[in-house]
Design a protein around this ligand. Structure first.
Ligand code: GRF
Length: 189
């Protein structure tokens, strides 16, 4: 299955997906890595891996989110992708793109949804004294971080944890979870 991976930053989850797609038995291949930020470090990683990349700067569209998403959608369709994996893609999507890829767009979020939607999830988990935390891969729906959950991975929260220490422990699980969930989702039927 040809997939497009959307990033905004370093792309460590994208890197995990690239490595998974290199496995001969893995049912996906990356046909596009797209970022809303032309300077996203992950774009360099994708290029070094010989992948097709695109940068569509959301700043060029001012407040018109949908106009930006139309360009993003056109690039994804031009690539032939049949599934979209958001991987550290830090834009809230309008119903336009969500509906265009209903049931075919996945996202990874660094918390055990429905707990801690939104940003700063590790600080929030520590602040409430959570003893467990983790990450979630879900289908993208109109509401932020609230689509059907496809898979989760759990980590303990240690008393000594700083947000960075906890984030690092979660990120390690993200890199294992995303490829596993993607594989299962593609093979689901
Ligand atoms: C990760 O914590 C991911 O869960 C969130 O964005 C962060 C950065 O991801 N969506 P990446 O390293 O750019 O893949």
């Amino acid at each position: 299955t040809p997939i497009a991976v959307l990033i905004s930053g370093r792309g460590s989850n994208m890197r995990a997906l690239i490595e998974a797609c290199e496995r001969p038995d893995f049912p996906a291949r990356i046909v596009l890595v797209l970022s809303n930020k032309p300077d996203a470090a992950g774009l360099e990683v994708a290029r070094a891996a010989g992948l097709q990349t695109a940068a569509i700067d959301h700043k060029a569209f001012g407040k018109d989110r949908e106009a930006h998403e139309r360009k993003v959608d056109a690039a994804i369709r031009a690539s032939g992708a049949q599934l979209v994996c958001l991987a550290g893609y830090m834009r809230v999507l309008t119903p336009y793109l969500v509906n265009a890829w209903d049931g075919r767009m996945l996202n990874i979020h660094p918390s055990l949804l429905p707990a801690f939607p939104g940003l700063h999830t590790h600080e929030a988990a520590i602040a409430v004294g959570a003893t467990e935390h983790g990450c979630t891969v879900h289908l993208v729906t109109a509401g932020v971080d609230e689509g059907p959950i496809l898979g989760q991975a759990r980590v303990p929260v240690l008393k000594s944890d700083t947000p960075d220490a906890l984030a690092a422990r979660v990120l390690e699980q993200e890199h294992a979870l995303y490829p596993l969930v993607l594989q299962n989702y593609i093979n689901r039927q």
